[in-house]
Design a protein around this ligand. Sequence first.
Ligand code: DP6
Length: 320
Amino acid sequence: MRALAIAQPNIALIKYWGKRDTQKNLPAVGSQSITLDSLWTTMDVEFAAELAADTLQVNGSDSPAMLPRLSRCLDRVAGTDRAPARILSECNFPIAAGLASSASSFAALVVAADAALAQGNDTLTLARSAGAASGSAARSLYAGFVELRTGETDIDLEQLAAPADWPLEVIVAVTHAGAKPVSSGDAMIRSANTSPFYARWVDEQDADLNVGREAIEARDFARLAEVAEHNCLKMHSVMWTSRPSIVYWNHVTLVCMQTVRELRDKGHAVFFTIDAGPQVKAVCLPGDADAVARALADVDGVVEVMRTGLGDGARVVTAT
Ligand code: DP6
């Protein structure tokens, strides 16, 4: 009745922004991502009939705010007549700051719950359960390069390439470690309701996904860089033109973006992407990672630089 699972966050290269169905949390658009390696979240889930209700500790402290979402996710995996769960989570990077902690949390949670109950669900079923809790979490069930497609009733996922097929590196420049002002879920609903650019964003997504897929298949870094930066800036344009506007960046974010473009002009294989937060993720070829990490660490206002390769999907560590 107890299992420990680990999952890494993923970073979208072609972004998910918008919901087709808010009840089912079905994305309005497909997305493509890379699963990371050295950032992680663990979830230790124990179902125990003697508990009065679910409990949650994150990094050793009670975390009641996150608990309702996790409880609903457990209901989806284990059924609403399940025993209460004791959830112990550890995370080695800032939470709710635009570093995809919800992706690794829900991915690890569904895998741990499934193993604790010895249900033996397949990866797609678990990815759908994680995605119903947080759309991007579905992608963290898979290793390396991942595509999520959205249909009328549910999502489908596919691994496009394994980490060893194209071992890109990611340098994360943290420009502010606090929690974000608006959750991505709330922000994307606001965008759909108010941004004049939202419909165009949805219309163009399949074309960007096609280019992303071709670039990954051909290991064409320059092509991936162009479409990923374009797609990222388009998503942020939708956010900026929402009412009230959603601006996650700070001035250091912009300096980091400029630094990445200057490195590229000097011949380094690197591009940036930014999610619902002010952190800049610089994706690069392994031979360029040292120069990119040094340049971003030198930017005034960068509080931390993290470095990671590509990693595995969510998996069980121990089950008893
Ligand atoms: C900007 O997966 O956090 O990171 O489904 O509402 O939980 P919910 O949203 P979430 O949104 C992620 C948005 C993004 C882009 C991406 O990861 O594709």
